[in-house]
Design a protein around this ligand. Structure first.
Ligand SMILES: [Fe+2]
Length: 296
């Protein structure tokens, strides 16, 4: 069974729906990982993902986490506008992806996703070692959220775990200063949404604020960004937009009913090889007040 692609017939009846908690991590659980997970050697850390701020904290005598002036350039640029697909085209496209190498995704994709990927190919910068594809086909009712969080965040943050993080009292820390202050180019993203009834919200102007240089989650960042009410755009239907690892954005609840295809490519130096299957839960929809449901 492939860990990076899933061919499935989508229908309203089989759309997975679970309660919205707002606690979902965009980028991995904050729980400590069992030691068994270290049975295979960890991938080498590339400069793009090196927690260089964390490395300046002593393992033996950690100091309090410092603050810094964080500037988010908030790259957001519409690169392409494709014909808006029909609801049936989205529902019946069949194949979704999770960290799937681009060439493999192109060979497996349904017709709609393949057209999107072909267009994205023309917009890749090509200065990173890997290009991966994530995609989801989801059916929303008004109020549904595509992920279990509506927090402002950035994608592909530098996530650190291990003894140095635990010495600071956490299981996981995002090294915000390394991402925002380093000279290394952050991951590059191209994102597509077939419709605008559950549009991602993107900040559209640079934003500077004081932040802890290491944060355990995006909760505090979200509160600080909301207090500043930055200018934003809602991604228009069937557009491909360019963002990067310094682009603030957030999910919001659907305003209408229907299917949506979401596709994203990332250009990154980090090699990702999945060790467990998360793709079956990838298209889950989160609904306030939903009963039970299988959690992913
Ligand atoms: Fe995101």
């Amino acid at each position: 069974m492939s860990l990076t692609s899933l061919h499935k017939k989508h229908s309203v009846d089989t759309q997975q729906v679970v309660p919205f908690t707002g606690e979902g991590a965009y980028h991995g659980s904050t729980a400590k990982r069992p030691n068994a997970a270290s049975s295979s050697p960890p991938a080498p850390v590339v400069e793009e993902m090196r927690p260089s701020t964390l490395e300046r904290y002593s393992l033996e005598a950690p100091r309090p986490i410092a603050e810094f002036e964080a500037t988010f350039p908030n790259l957001y640029s519409v690169q392409d506008v494709l014909p808006v697909p029909t609801q049936e085209e989205v529902r019946d496209d069949g194949v979704t992806f999770c960290w799937c190498p681009l060439q493999e995704a192109l060979s497996l994709a349904g017709p709609l996703t393949r057209r999107v990927l072909a267009s994205m190919q023309g917009h890749l910068v090509g200065d990173k070692r890997h290009v991966y594809v994530d995609s989801k086909i989801q059916y929303f009712e008004p109020g549904d959220v595509p992920v279990d969080s509506q927090h402002w965040h950035v994608d592909g943050s530098i996530v650190a775990r291990g003894p140095r993080v635990e010495a600071l009292g956490h299981n996981l820390l995002h090294d915000m200063r390394a991402r925002l202050s380093s000279d290394v180019t952050s991951p590059r993203y191209l994102a597509y949404q077939s419709s605008d009834h559950c549009a991602t919200v993107f900040a559209t102007a640079p934003l500077t604020l004081t932040l802890p240089e290491l944060v355990p989650s995006f909760t505090g960042l979200d509160a600080a960004i909301r207090a500043l009410s930055p200018p934003f755009a809602l991604q228009p239907a069937s557009t491909i937009v360019r963002t990067d690892g310094r682009s603030l954005h957030r999910a919001q609840a659907a305003t209408g009913t229907g299917w949506r295809l979401w596709v994203r490519t990332v250009e990154t130096d980090r090699e990702v090889r999945l060790s467990s299957s998360i793709i079956e839960c990838y298209g889950t929809v989160f609904r306030t007040g939903a009963a039970g449901g299988r959690s992913c």
